[in-house]
Design a protein around this ligand. Sequence first.
Ligand SMILES: Cc1cc2nc3c(=O)[nH]c(=O)nc-3n(C[C@H](O)[C@H](O)[C@H](O)COP(=O)(O)O)c2cc1C
Length: 214
Amino acid sequence: MGELMKSMAISLAVTGASGAPYALSLLRQLLLANCTVHFMISDAAKVVFATESQIKLPKNNDAIADYLRQAVGVEKLGELNVYSKNDWMSPVASGSACPKTLVVCPCSTGALSAIACGASDNLIERAADVILKEQGKLILVTREMPLSAIHLENMLKLSRLGVTIMPASPGFYHQPQSLDDLINFVVARILEHIGIEQTLVSKWGYDQPNLPTL
Ligand SMILES: Cc1cc2nc3c(=O)[nH]c(=O)nc-3n(C[C@H](O)[C@H](O)[C@H](O)COP(=O)(O)O)c2cc1C
């Protein structure tokens, strides 16, 4: 067998909302799908990672990539490029080179707000602004509760621009037995929206165990 073809390039930005396990699981699935992942993480997200998953990321971007590959258990598949918040020369900073899809997972309400007003003050915000102007696919996996009118207005504004607002709120109709089942629910929906085949969760109407007959 020859080398596996790279299936697609995806930008993945992690911001400081709760939900490190979603980000790690999504990264794992993207690498397993042999994607080229352009990865950005905010300073606040590094704090959340340390709080929620014991992950303390190293300083250097190549070291972060190696560390994350180990953390998600995918050593070889895909390609993982990590960028700093001022890496303005990276592909995600320009419409001429960026992947057509950016997922912000999890997406803080701060990042939501900055994206909604086009702040472009760091690479994550710039990458989102570029996707918007290029009319690419932008998926924001928000996590906050309750939501204020500011949050809701920002979501509505972005939704009207074609952004997919995908709150990290797993359903329970697949009868989750573990945390992984809940994480998989959210990650499976993200993968479906990106257009990557997922086998984490049975599709509705197929192979569903224990459904009641009403
Ligand atoms: C442990 C922890 C959990 C947090 N959870 C959330 C959250 O669920 N949603 C949110 O919008 N902000 C949350 N925050 C606050 C954000 O991290 C903070 O507003 C930060 O400025 C976001 O910056 P960023 O968008 O650059 O990552 C949390 C912070 C910490 C330390």
